[in-house]
Design a protein around this ligand. Sequence first.
Ligand code: ATP
Ligand code: MG
Length: 440
Amino acid sequence: MKNSGKPESKGPKIIPRAAHNVSRDEVSKSALKVLYRLHKSGYQAFLVGGCVRDALVGLHPKDFDVATNATPEEVRALFGNCRLIGRRFRLAHVRFGREIIEVATFRAAANHVDDDVAHDHEGRIIRDNVYGSIEEDVWRRDFTCNALYYNIADFSIWDYVGGVEDIERKHIVLIGDADKRLQEDPVRMLRAVRFATKLGFTIDSTVVKSMHKHVGRLVNVPAARLFDEFLKLFQAGRAEQTFDMLREYGLFAQLFPATDQELNEDAAFDAFVRAALQNTDCRVAEGKSVTPMFLLGVFFWAPTRRVAAIRRAEEKMSESQSLSLASYELLAEQQKRVSIPRRFTVPMREMIALQPRFTATRGKRAMNLLEHRRFRAAYDFMALLAEVGQFDSELASFWTEVQKQSSDERADSFQIDRKPRARRRSRRRRKRKPNVSQPS
Ligand code: ATP
Ligand code: MG
């Protein structure tokens, strides 16, 4: 029945509680409350998607999605703390403090209710808004491992597509016809990579074959959606492995064409990008925050420097100015692929444009760099360049040391002559004195 692309009348394979390892201890109390209340009210209630998959492979699920045959309005009637969201397809959000449990009504698959599902001329789904049964819901999901349903009625798992077997084989398999499913939604190619790295799975050869065919279709995906996917791909703790896989399948070139081209031509740039990816993964592993602007700055570094050199040859300007101009030009092109919000592009451009200033270590202007609002990010960027031998290590140490110094020590390090300032201060003091002593 797997890969047939059509729902079968045959029921699911039901794996009883005794035969699987998904325990209620792994499920959030809030999700359980939602499931139990739906069930007690006579509706079907299942956990579905990533949480069932993760629990099966022994990972802690991060969020819990509920699927039910109750309509969103019926869900709302059961829960006081419930809001309906989405216009095209309504979902219920049940809130418990900061946790939100998403409750979706079963939806019919895109490929067999042709009247109500519209595809554009590229075969992408542009409308799918019909409620259905669980037998229909399963076929609209992407991968077999994401299409398992945990039934709160008896804690069994319902498997219509051989998902449990694929999880055991550690394979990422598209449900239905791979070509058709990737045409419908090219983002599934990125999702395949994301799940493969997250779970340590292999992307099935049927999927890989289709990916090679359809990689170019990513261009048609809205750039804002690709930015969301970029975040999920690179901030999940396996950025380097993800990068390698995206490059292998030609997906990276679709997302960051200018970066990809430089990577092909410049081994040093590849080393820098890799160091940044490893750095990101370490930070995630240590529970530290990561900002996408740093990694994006790294991706932009080589292309920006190339364009900046051209601009400097054309017109007289400082290196900083040329970097700023070049990053602006490149971003205009980049935004067509992955739309990066301004709150990231502005600091990213500043971080890049500050780099030449690390070569100056004398005088007030040099010292003032320490006070720049983007100093910290720019310093980290420079330090990473130094780490891979692409910036002078003595200069890098200088900037590391001065951060630890007192203001007097700093003035010495930057060889700032303090005498004129001291003289001015004493002159001011002398002037002020008579005023102080004057009777009022
Ligand atoms: P995680 O939350 O760990 O990233 P997930 O599997 O929960 O993984 P979500 O993006 O939260 O991923 O989606 C929830 C479920 O919705 C998926 O498991 C899948 O069944 C379905 N789904 C999500 N995106 C798609 C898509 N583009 N095409 C088909 N089904 C999808
Ligand atoms: Mg999820």
